[in-house]
Design a protein around this ligand. Structure first.
Ligand code: IVH
Length: 679
């Protein structure tokens, strides 16, 4: 009886490990979650009857390790080496030249490229296929025993081979890998920690390290750690002699191995592949800080020896950093168009990805308090793609005690009036409508591309006009005379004429753009278009009640209130009178109604590749029909790139510029989401 039960038990363990592997390593389960749960509960049942059968490789033993006082030390069977870094193609070539000079066989060797995952090195020991110990890298000679924590990682095999048909592992096998957390999970975890009022992590790497060094494995178990393995540190028995075969071998045993890795026959192929690795970076679900280039022939790599702790046979080509630390010198406060105050970090200048960053956003005052950011702190700053640089948080460990806590200002830094805080909002506002900082922002918004689109009227000129007292509200733009402009610094005949012509042109902008230009809180391009369609001119819109406004789809009580409020203010009424007197008063006549859904108005599209259902011309017509503009080449002015099959260089350009990319279905969705009809 016990014998059959024992057989069932062993089989169950194997089966569960296999399904676990299908789910967590291969991402392709072959049974349902319910079936899996059933197998596990049967296993638990047997283990309850026979606790003496339970071995550490049982799937039930992933969690439940004891809480430790501290970690014990583990001496690695071989030094856990590090990697020399390269920062550009030239460095990579120089590396090759160096090792070729040492050993000409390098010219015959293949190379393996792997993602350099920004996680935590782990060293995993298997005896007779059973996971017996796991350690951190430590100083490369001695690490810390984190076995109980590592067991909680679902993709880590507790027994190898996981699949019955896998190769028989050597008696003693030590594998090296990287434990990390996916970017998405990192963001979710931080959100949860923030909600719980706990300290958040700076980045995924930091999170993985913090999670693995928890003394209570139950906490580690609650952290979504994953694993990828890439080398064999030590083996008593036969193992492959090349890096590429090692990766296949580890995979066959059931270890998670990155499927991005690539084998290059020759060094020239390595160079040719590097650009595509840089591109891959932004699409990876995890943080990678570079690509590792390895000599495929492991014996040759070994013979090349090392310099310090860096083996000569491998090299990490580092991606340009996106996160760096620097000192927060000061916090300054900007006043936005709606009077909202935003804190900005003044930083000790620092290079991030080829750009010198001196300022970064701190989002809002609550963020500063939540993250406990202090002036003088060493802070982590991130700049990625087209994202505005922002302060992630302080490096608490670097505190000296001289840092100063920060309190939000009580008065507006531009006009000195007391600031206000509205119930339920995080933001602080300057409610002085005559505040010069707000005026600059307001005019800036009025002339911007999706609003009145006055070309050539940038922020500097707006500031000049406001400072000189020529512009006290946006309507003053239409009263500017050439002689006024000539008095300003940097203005000669031509520049003044061009600016006046651009302002003149803007008189003909449609009503929806003018409504958007007014800068009513909550009214953007889409709502402005809806309002134009519903009211046809500013006179009738100004008479609308909050109730009426709410009957328009997409307008809730807050926006309705903001609109009524805006029209009720005397300063705004004066602005409207001046606009009307200047002839800036677009009206939609019944004879020429605005298209029932000019929902793409103000947006510029570029189309590339072959779309599945629309020809290029048809797609262009469709976009235009909904008020969008289609141009031929991708530039900073492009809002969306629509891609079909075989997209070509426009896609690369769009990625470089951080432009949003949609396929045909995405375009249709966009139109629908913006309220486009008949689609
Ligand atoms: S190879 C001799 N391969 O990068 C082998 N390292 O110092 C040296 N890393 O923290 C390491 N992904 O854990 C190698 N595919 C990869 C890697 C990788 C990430 C980490 C490694 C260490 C650092 C290199």
């Amino acid at each position: 009886m016990d014998k059959t039960l024992k057989r069932e038990y062993e089989k169950l363990k194997q089966e569960i490990a296999y399904h676990n592997y299908r789910y967590h390593v291969l991402d392709s389960p072959v049974i349902s979650d319910a079936e899996y749960d059933r197998l596990v509960s049967r296993l638990r049942q047997i283990e309850a009857l026979h606790p003496e059968w339970v071995t550490p490789d049982s799937p039930t033993q992933r969690t439940g390790g004891a809480v430790a006082e501290k970690f014990t030390k583990v001496t690695h069977p071989r030094p856990i080496l590090s990697l020399a870094s390269a920062f550009n193609e030239q460095d990579v070539r120089a590396w090759y030249e160096r090792i070729y000079k040492l050993d000409e066989r390098v010219a015959q060797s293949a190379f393996v490229l792997e993602p350099k995952i920004d996680g935590l090195t782990v060293v995993l020991h298997y005896r007779n296929g059973i996971f017996v110990q796991g350690a951190t890298r430590g100083d490369g000679e001695v690490g810390e025993d984190i076995t109980a924590n590592l067991r909680t990682i679902r993709s880590l095999p507790l027994r190898i081979p996981v699949a019955p048909e896998g190769p028989k592992p050597p008696e003693y096998l030590v594998v090296r890998g990287e434990a990390f957390i996916l970017i998405k999970e990192f963001e979710e975890l931080n959100k949860k920690l923030l909600e719980a009022g706990e300290r958040t992590y700076l980045n995924p790497r930091n999170t993985a390290a913090g999670s693995l060094r928890q003394l209570d494995p139950a906490i580690t178990a609650s952290r979504p750690l994953v694993l990828l393995t890439y080398s064999i540190v030590y083996a008593e028995g036969d193992v492959p002699q090349t890096q590429w075969e090692t990766l296949q071998y580890l995979r066959a045993l059931g270890f998670p191995v990155s499927d991005l890795s690539q084998c290059c026959r020759h060094f020239e192929d390595v160079l040719a592949s590097l650009a595509s690795w840089l591109e891959k970076r932004d699409h990876l679900p995890f943080e990678a800080d570079g690509v590792v280039i390895k000599i495929d022939d492991l014996r040759l790599a070994d013979e090349l020896g090392f310099v310090g702790k860096d083996p000569r046979g491998a090299l990490a080509l580092k991606f340009p950093a996106r996160e760096v630390t620097t000192v927060l010198r000061d916090i300054v406060v900007n006043v936005g168009r709606t009077g909202v105050l935003t804190p900005n970090a003044v930083l000790e200048p620092v290079e991030i990805g080829g750009v010198i960053v001196k300022q970064a956003t701190l989002h809002n005052f609550e963020y500063i308090a939540e993250k406990d950011i202090r002036i003088g702190d060493r802070v982590m700053v991130k700049r990625a793609g087209d994202v505005i640089p922002y302060v992630i948080g302080p490096v608490i460990e670097a505190r000296t005690g001289k840092e100063l806590p920060y309190w939000p200002p009580q008065t507006c830094p531009a006009c000195g009036q007391a600031v206000e805080h509205f119930e339920g909002e995080v933001a602080w506002y300057c409610v002085n409508s005559a505040c010069p900082a707000q005026l600059v922002r307001n005019v800036e918004h009025f002339v911007s591309r999706p609003a009145m689109d006055i070309v050539g009227l940038g922020i500097r000129i707006v500031e000049q006009l406001v400072e000189a007292g020529l512009v006290k509200d946006a309507a003053d733009l239409y009263y500017l005379r050439k002689e006024d402009l000539l008095k300003l610094e940097g203005f000669a005949d031509k520049k003044a004429e061009n600016l006046l012509a651009a302002i003149e042109n803007s008189r003909r902008q449609p009503l929806s753009r003018l409504i958007n230009a007014l800068g009513i809180r909550g009214v953007g391009e889409v709502t402005a278009a809806d309002l134009a369609n519903a009211y046809h001119d500013l006179d009738s819109l100004s008479r609308a009640t909050a109730e009426e406004l709410q009957s328009i789809e997409g307008i809730g009580p807050n926006i309705a209130e903001a609109i009524v409020d805006w029209f009720a203010r005397p300063t705004n009424q004066r602005l409207l009178e001046k606009l009307k007197a200047a002839g800036v008063w677009p009206v939609i006549t019944e004879a020429a109604p605005a298209k029932a859904g000019a929902v793409l108005e103000g947006l510029t599209f570029v189309i590339t590749g072959t779309l599945p259902n629309y020809s290029r011309e048809e797609a262009k017509e469709l976009i235009q029909q909904y008020g969008g503009k289609v141009t031929d080449s991708v530039s900073r002015k492009t809002d969306y790139l629509i891609v079909g099959e075989a997209p070509g260089s426009k896609l690369t350009k769009a990625h470089e510029l951080g432009i949003l990319v949609l396929d045909e279905a995405g375009l249709l969705r966009l139109i629908r989401e913006r309220g486009g009809e008949n689609i």
